[in-house]
Design a protein around this ligand. Structure first.
Ligand SMILES: Cc1ncc(COP(=O)(O)O)c(C=O)c1O
Length: 249
């Protein structure tokens, strides 16, 4: 509390990155080697929304794959439950979400290699990414089978889809190096939230430099927010968040 109060007295809204922010990012990149570059946002929902848009922009592909029972925040295209197989359209899982918003989300059964094969047989060249909870905490705790993870990695490589680990729940909880450290897998992109804020509304996404640079280049070139690509917020999170985070044990 002392460090948080100290940071609060120095201001809580800045237009440029701060020293604490850099220290925070360096701590994460040090602990999680797949994170070569990182961007900060305010919630897990926002982090997931951002990586999905980035994956689609970077790959120039349409579909995203998620798994039944995994929760990735409340953005429209992820509030979806499986139809009966890939033959039918998936259904929004919340009122207020139009079917048009979920029609490019393929929902497969967690740990199903058959579903993965079927999805890639049908849509393989137009799949931008696979997003999953590496340990599915939102359906109590389902572990991925080694075969399932291996299949995902092979298909992503073969078809040029990005592998996204949603570590909003697992990140820095299951292990200091996150679920990916325990599983020995290097995803292309990762999302973090919850515990990384040490009680403050802080979240982040990051991954391979080449992909993250796709965002950075756009910002450098001054692409206006109306461009159909990614752009993040204009104010940096305050020092109280980073002090809360870095002093959480
Ligand atoms: C795995 C996972 N991803 C994303 C989210 C969304 O995070 P937030 O509630 O910060 O928007 C949650 C929230 O429970 C989550 O468990």
């Amino acid at each position: 509390m002392e460090k948080v109060t100290h940071a609060l007295n120095r201001g809580f809204s800045f237009g440029t990155p701060t020293e604490l922010e850099v220290l925070f990012a360096k701590t994460i990149t040090h602990l999680v080697p797949s994170i070569e570059k990182l961007r900060l946002v305010s919630s897990g929902t926002e982090a997931v929304m951002s990586v999905i848009r980035l994956a689609r922009g970077y790959t120039n592909k349409r579909y995203i794959i998620k798994f039944n029972g995994c929760y990735h925040g409340h953005s429209d295209s992820l509030l979806v439950k499986a139809g009966s197989g890939l033959a039918t359209l998936n259904n929004p899982s919340s009122s207020g979400v139009l079917p048009e918003f979920t029609q490019n989300t393929l929902v497969l059964e967690y740990n199903s290699i058959t579903d993965l094969n079927e999805a890639f047989d049908k849509y393989g060249n137009d799949i931008a990414c696979i997003i999953l909870e590496p340990f599915a905490g939102n359906m109590n705790l389902v572990r991925p089978s080694p075969e399932f993870l291996a299949k995902i990695q092979t298909l992503c490589l073969e078809f040029g889809a990005l592998l996204i680990f949603d570590e909003v729940m697992t990140g820095f909880r299951v292990d200091l190096h996150c679920a990916q450290g325990l599983l020995g897998i290097t995803p292309d992109l990762t999302t973090f939230g919850k515990v990384i804020g040490g009680g403050m509304p802080l979240a982040a996404f990051g991954g391979r430099a080449e992909i993250m640079d796709y965002l950075a280049d756009l910002v450098k070139k001054g692409v206006p927010p109306t461009e159909p690509k990614e752009r993040t917020g204009e104010l940096t999170p305050p020092g109280i968040y980073f002090n809360a985070s870095l002093n959480t044990t």
